[in-house]
Unconditional design. Structure first.
Length: 221
């Protein structure tokens, strides 16, 4: 199965050739600490991912309003697909809500009590206690009812398990919303990545076809 990881466009070359984050091996390095205050969280490093490119339970989260808007500007816009085997790989799920309730929300109204931890350490501890193997989560997701399910990969991901997705929703969003100067800079960055350049060419081709259909429709009126 696939899970989805966002990265910054500028990181793709380092992912391809390796960097200090992956011990100079091509791929994604499990280098980010899960937490800062809880001992286990601090000593656990991971690659973080999502079960969907645009997870509805993050985007339209009823407990943590606007959380996706905050995260999307931190995680980067380049969508990568990671091929995993839930039966063999060290892949887990945890509920990010335990950390969110402590870190970013001064107004606690509407946040369930189970996420209202008195300290970051206790929030991180509850996050770690929510961690279960992905294969178990997939069987019990409806009963677990995680507010913000997050994929945790606790080992480096080799390059052969990573590909640039044919879906690029956040880059699409940037192309639609940004000003012309930034848009041209973004297009240059896209075209510097061969796999992404192909995606962009196909996007422009599909766009031209759609505009052509609309124009033909107007002439028929």
């Amino acid at each position: 199965m696939k899970v989805y990881h966002y990265s910054h466009l500028s990181n793709w070359q380092n992912i391809q050739r390796g960097s200090w984050k992956s011990d100079n091996k091509p791929g994604l390095g499990a280098y980010r600490r899960i937490g800062q205050d809880d001992m286990e969280a601090c000593n656990t490093k991971a690659v973080f991912a999502l079960l969907e490119p645009l997870p509805d339970n993050w985007i339209n989260n009823e407990h943590f309003k606007g959380v996706w808007d905050y995260f999307r500007y931190d995680i980067g816009t380049l969508l990568l697909e990671i091929e995993i085997d839930p039966e063999k790989d060290q892949i887990f799920m945890a509920d990010r809500g335990h950390v969110e309730g402590v870190l970013y929300y001064e107004d606690k109204e509407g946040i369930p009590e189970k996420y209202l931890h008195p300290s970051r350490r206790e929030g991180e501890r509850s996050y770690m206690e929510s961690k279960i193997p992905l294969k178990d989560y997939l069987e019990k997701a409806k009963d677990l009812r995680y507010s913000m399910p997050e994929v945790i990969i606790t080992e480096d991901v080799p390059l052969e398990k990573i590909r640039i997705s044919e879906q690029q929703p956040l880059i699409e969003d940037e192309l639609r919303k940004c000003g012309e100067k930034f848009r041209q800079m973004l297009i240059r960055d896209i075209q510097s990545v061969p796999e992404l350049s192909q995606w962009y060419k196909q996007r422009e081709h599909d766009k031209e076809l759609q505009e052509g259909k609309r124009g033909f429709g107007e002439k028929l009126k």
